[in-house]
Design a protein around this ligand. Structure first.
Ligand SMILES: Cc1cc2nc3c(=O)[nH]c(=O)nc-3n(C[C@H](O)[C@H](O)[C@H](O)COP(=O)(O)OP(=O)(O)OC[C@H]3O[C@@H](n4cnc5c(N)ncnc54)[C@H](O)[C@@H]3O)c2cc1C
Length: 412
């Protein structure tokens, strides 16, 4: 393969992981090195990117360095889910969930990329322009050249317009929140009736990220802030206007998933810039890292055209199903109450159902299986709790029944 320069715009989880895996695969730090170059352009090195910072067990299993205490993540074993009705379920997680400050996580990932032989350039990229030989990358300071461009510049990047059609506003969630100097060992999530989004409190090692996300079109920002205000008052979190954040979170609709363009001649998109976020849970760090990993794999095989297929097969199809499921999950009803209310009420009564919730948090099951288990689990729990008026529905072939014991704690 002839020597190539790969320019990666954005040094978040997607860009840093692409860089690390490429540099490692090309042996840029190895004996003799070689003529390939991997450059990561990052305008805000080590910033506290607005985020919950939650990393599911799926991420810890795939990238074990994230679970090591020295990596700086807070490993949590207790979660609390609050239903729209106020019913609260506190339970022990089967496996830990890590919560990272994003400044710590981004620095960790960029250092790994540098160690593998990638160059980190502290520059804001202003423009990408195709040339006969590849790409011209116009930075604030200089003009750079590359053979291949990876856009990993996050959810808000305007550079996307140069490469692929823009997403619609309905492909995003609004978010708003605060970093508070508190400590806790409980991960807290509050759901709302008929609202696609949730409020969270995710404790890191030395502070808590408290925030709310809501699909664009559900609430305007003032209403979103009011919901968060109620949540914070209820749990005694005082807002600190000096440490406030707001950002966009991709949450692609089914049509956008189906028409997603991830790569073209001489370019590829990764992470949030590609819209690769779970539309139900808002989990994006894992998919950013994993998309960077898969892209590097395709580039190392000298066949970047394979990248979209790799993403589709590994998680794209499942997240498309997630997009179909999201509306039902947040707006749907089951037996006269919202799905999230039933999920929390039943999770507190049935061990089997609690396992489904654990799967959702761990990211250990794909959505097709999860959706079926969610509904069959709801139905099964009804049988266990003796809701006889629903036996007819439960006996339908979509709702197989079996038994299980309770395993968590609920307050109504
Ligand atoms: C409020 C909020 C809470 C969230 N909570 C969670 C959570 O708990 N768990 C989870 O898994 N996901 C969460 N997410 C999603 C997660 O933050 C993203 O999916 C993840 O950061 C995507 O990584 P990325 O590398 O694609 O993009 P980013 O992390 O956004 O990184 C992009 C990088 O590109 C740089 N950049 C942008 N433009 C340029 C430019 N022109 N030149 C140079 N550099 C540039 C930026 O400075 C940035 O560092 C949350 C998102 C939000 C908004």
């Amino acid at each position: 393969m002839k020597a190539r320069t790969i320019a990666i715009i954005g040094g978040g989880p997607a860009g840093a992981m692409t860089a690390e895996k490429l540099a490692e695969g090309w042996g840029l730090r190895g004996p003799g090195g070689n003529a390939h170059r991997v450059q990561v352009f990052e305008e805000k090195i080590g910033w506290e990117k607005p985020c919950g910072g939650g990393l599911s067990y799926k991420a810890l299993r795939r990238y074990p360095f994230l679970e090591q205490a020295a990596s700086g993540g807070n490993l949590l074993r207790t979660a609390e889910f609050i239903a729209p009705s106020g019913a609260t379920m506190r339970f022990r997680l089967r496996v830990p969930l890590a919560v990272y400050s994003r400044a710590v996580l981004n620095q960790l990932l960029l250092r790994r990329a540098q160690k593998a032989g990638a160059e980190v350039v502290a520059e804001r990229v202003l423009r990408l322009q195709r040339t006969s030989a590849g790409w011209e990358i116009r930075g604030r300071e200089k003009i750079y050249r590359a053979d291949f461009v990876v856009l990993a510049a996050g959810a808000r990047t305007r550079l996307r317009q140069t490469l692929a059609p823009d997403f619609s506003p309905h492909d995003f969630m609004l978010t708003y929140g605060y970093y508070l100097p508190l400590s806790s060992d409980v991960l807290r999530v509050q759901f709302y009736e008929d609202f696609e989004g949730y409020a969270w409190a995710f404790p890191r090692t030395d502070h808590i990220s408290v925030g709310i996300c809501g699909k664009i079109g559900e609430d305007f920002m003032p209403a979103l802030r009011n919901r968060l205000g109620d949540f914070m008052r209820k749990y005694g979190y005082s807002p600190d206007p000096r440490r406030v954040f707001s950002h966009l979170l991709p949450s692609l609709g089914v049509e956008s998933w189906e028409n997603l363009r991830l790569a073209g001649k001489g370019w590829a998109l990764a992470g949030d810039a590609a819209g690769l976020v779970d539309p139900v849970t808002g989990e994006g760090i894992y998919y950013a890292m994993r998309s960077g990993d898969l892209l590097a794999e395709a580039l190392l095989e000298d066949y970047p055209q394979a990248y979209p297929e790799k993403v589709r097969n590994e998680f794209g199809k499942a997240l498309t199903l997630g997009a179909r499921l999201a509306r039902t999950f947040y707006h749907g009803e089951f037996l006269g109450s919202g799905v999230t209310t039933r999920m929390i009420e039943f999770g507190a009564r049935s061990q089997k159902f609690l396992e489904i919730i654990q799967d959702l948090i761990e990211g250990s099951r794909s959505f097709p299986g999860l959706a079926a288990r969610l509904y069959s689990g709801l139905a099964r729990t009804l049988v266990e709790t003796g809701a006889s008026r629903l036996r007819e529905a439960v006996q339908s072939p979509c709702f197989p029944s079996s038994s299980g014991e309770g395993g968590s704690h609920v307050r109504g």
